[in-house]
Design a protein around this ligand. Structure first.
Ligand code: HEC
Ligand code: HEC
Length: 257
């Protein structure tokens, strides 16, 4: 514990001194305001979490606010806050409720993926790693069959049909599931499905962060071959270069050429 704080303080000072000519002043301030800096300076240290520890919490928290983004963040940051206190307990978890239903019910980005982006931002060492982690989990989400988690204390104790979302968008993910299951959306059944899915994605995020922090993360996901073909002309730096997307193209496009 003591070693960790010392190492982190040194890191903070190192960054400030390296980046600014007024290093002396910054060093002085760093000593005085160490409490504030602990909470606001990123990255925060990641502490390993066992997936089994947080699955049910993610599911229950998601139900608490009918909030997918909230469920993931509450389970991860809440667990770290309970165990280790600061800086984790300084995070305003309620500020993630907006992510529900693809940002305030719009059906845009699934709140679990939004949550993963936030977690990766808190715990990754640089922007390159951050983007790689975001892309990995987004493509994983597109292809994964979910939900698979069976809650210990289900709010709605029925078998839930699983489906492949094909997209990180709440609209597409949910409608794929509506078609697979025959259930209507914005019903208790739909929320049960989504809140179990929150447990699945939270586990994936935690496994990725465990691996990342121990230097063992392997990036496995790729655009499918259809989409790689499109990107060879429409992607960044190519002849058309008019598409900025890391989502699979065939979810929405057929080949128009
Ligand atoms: C060999 C290069 C190349 C590849 C590969 C390619 N495109 Fe295109 N695409 C173009 C060019 C060039 C245009 C502009 C054509 C024009 O102006 O008539 C275009 C236009 C389009 C348009 C708009 C015009 C239309 O016909 O509706 C869409 C949509 C599109 N491409 C989607 C795709 C998708 C999806 C893929 C992958 C399956 C793909 N493209 C692969 C070169 C390519
Ligand atoms: C979530 C759905 C979605 C995904 C995924 C998606 N697109 Fe699109 N794309 C659209 C929509 C909607 C438009 C606007 C279509 C229009 O203007 O008619 C569009 C427009 C385009 C256009 C311009 C068409 C034009 O009129 O000039 C191209 C090219 C294109 N997309 C290529 C891609 C490629 C390549 C990928 C994969 C890397 C991709 N899209 C992924 C929905 C999607």
């Amino acid at each position: 514990m003591k070693t960790k704080i010392t190492r982190r303080t040194m890191l903070n000072i190192g960054t400030a001194a390296g980046g600014l000519a007024i290093g002396g002043a910054i060093l002085g301030a760093a000593g005085i305001r160490s409490e504030t800096k602990t909470a606001t300076t990123l990255p925060w240290p990641w502490r390993e979490i066992k997936p089994e520890e947080i699955q049910e919490r993610a599911y229950q928290s998601a139900w608490a606010k009918i909030g997918c983004m909230y469920g993931t963040i509450e389970a991860v940051i809440g667990t770290l806050a309970d165990k280790y206190g600061a800086p984790y307990n300084t995070f305003p978890i309620d500020a993630t409720i907006y992510g529900s239903g693809g940002i305030g019910g719009i059906g845009s980005l699934c709140g679990t993926i939004n949550a993963c982006g936030l977690l990766f931002n808190l715990f990754s060492k640089n922007q390159e790693d951050l983007f790689a982690l975001c892309q990995e989990i987004s493509l994983w989400y597109e292809n994964a069959r979910m939900p698979s988690y069976k809650p210990k204390k289900p709010k709605l104790d029925i078998p839930i049909v699983s489906s492949v979302s094909r997209s990180n968008l709440c609209h597409i993910s949910s409608t794929e599931w509506a078609n697979a299951s025959g259930h209507k959306l914005l019903t208790t059944e739909h929320f049960e499905r989504c809140n179990r899915l929150v447990a699945d994605v939270t586990v994936k995020a935690v496994v990725m962060l465990n691996e990342y922090s121990s230097g063992k993360v392997a990036y496995k996901e790729k655009l499918n071959s259809f989409s790689q073909g499109c990107q060879s002309c429409h992607g960044p730096g190519k002849v058309k270069a008019n598409v900025a997307s890391g989502m699979n193209c065939d979810t929405c496009h057929t080949n128009p050429h």
